[in-house]
Design a protein. Sequence first.
Length: 482
Amino acid sequence: MSITTNLRDRILPNNMLARVSVVLLIGIFVAQSLGTWIWVEQLKDGERKRLIEVSANMGSRIGQTIQFFTKLPKEYRHIVLDQLRDMGGTRYFVSVNKNYIALPNINTNEFSELVRKQLQNSISAQIGQKDKLDIQFVKFDDLKILSGDNRMVDLPPKWTRFALLEPGDQSPIVLVQLPIAEDWIYLAAPVPSGSVLVGVSWLTTDRLISISLVSITVLILTVLLVRWVVRPLRLLARHAEQIGRGHKPKRLVEQGTREMIATVRAFNTMSERIQKFIHDRERLFAAISHDLKTPITRARLRAEMLDDEEARTGLISDLENLDTMVKGSLQMVKEGIVHENALTVDISKMLFDLAEKQKIYGLPVRLDVQPKLHLEGRSMALERMFTNLIDNALQYGDAAYIRAWQDDHYLHVEIRDPGPGLSTMDKKRVFEPYFRIDQKPSSEHSGLGLSIARSIANFHGGELVLLDRPGGGLIVAVHFPL
């Protein structure tokens, strides 16, 4: 199932409008192909029925003509032929020749074979079965008469009495020759509307234009429909992205189809519940902060009144660590990124300023930052994140190497240190609240730094990952989508 899904995702575009358009285009092509095939088959079936009827009538008349000349005494044949020719151009040309006239046949297809078979049956019904009955289909321009040296189209105007009426289209001439006594009876007639015997293109230019216009019209209407349907989904996606980045977008208007109204209504409800959850959490942490400060202060005062110095020192140290953890837990609420306004932050300048502050203290910091890197986000939160990561590099690696660049899709920031690095297990555990490598909370570090840093990165749509540095040490990589 997953292989099929992956293959489908690779073949089809990742855009809904493009996917629907491609699927619809394939559907239109298949439907038009099937429709055209059915239409062509119906035309062919109609032509078969018409040609059977036409060839049956022609065969009957040709058979009667052959039967008449066969019974006619030889000395009267030319008299009858002259009388027929004196009538001028006709649909039939009949002559009695001394020899068989060989002519080039047209290419054979199912219709020519059908007409040939029907003519042979009809003629045989009139004159009986004849082994030497020859039926050919030739083009009008190739038709020869009399001695076989004269083409019909080359006859001079004064010989029009010998002429056969030209079909006016691509219809072939059916030529029947049969020996009678010492002569050959020669009979030629055009097949009415018989161009299909020569070969015809069923998909004419008009038909192709019609198919194309219908397909394009349906495709355009469907694209417009899909764009109309997808537009609310795009708006929904933008609002979801804004909520994920800490914005408070306006309530979406519930309009469109019944399903879309239900979706937008559910999204608005979810957004309101998320905002309510955030506000409730802030009030809860504010209450906890207020409630914990008093007992911690009271406990500290009581600890200072202890006579046992060793016990007093240990208890005060524990209370200070507890106070540090409480302050760290409340930091994101009291100075949280949700309270900042989003603006365009100059990441290049921010990293340069942070590095300069560390250099003032004589700490080794190197920079390789691409100029003019900008990101839409919360300035204070981003500065807090980068400060924490640089501090960690300097504390555990004794040096920090900062590199920043961007490509077509992401803004990348890497902070490297040559320290001991982290094991695979520790790379996961360092993001847990209050976890420290030395397992000892201090008054300066509560063990929430990397957890908060990753939350800030995620809030801006990015990702924070830990990698091994070649040669030893750690790489903290942050990737922000542009």
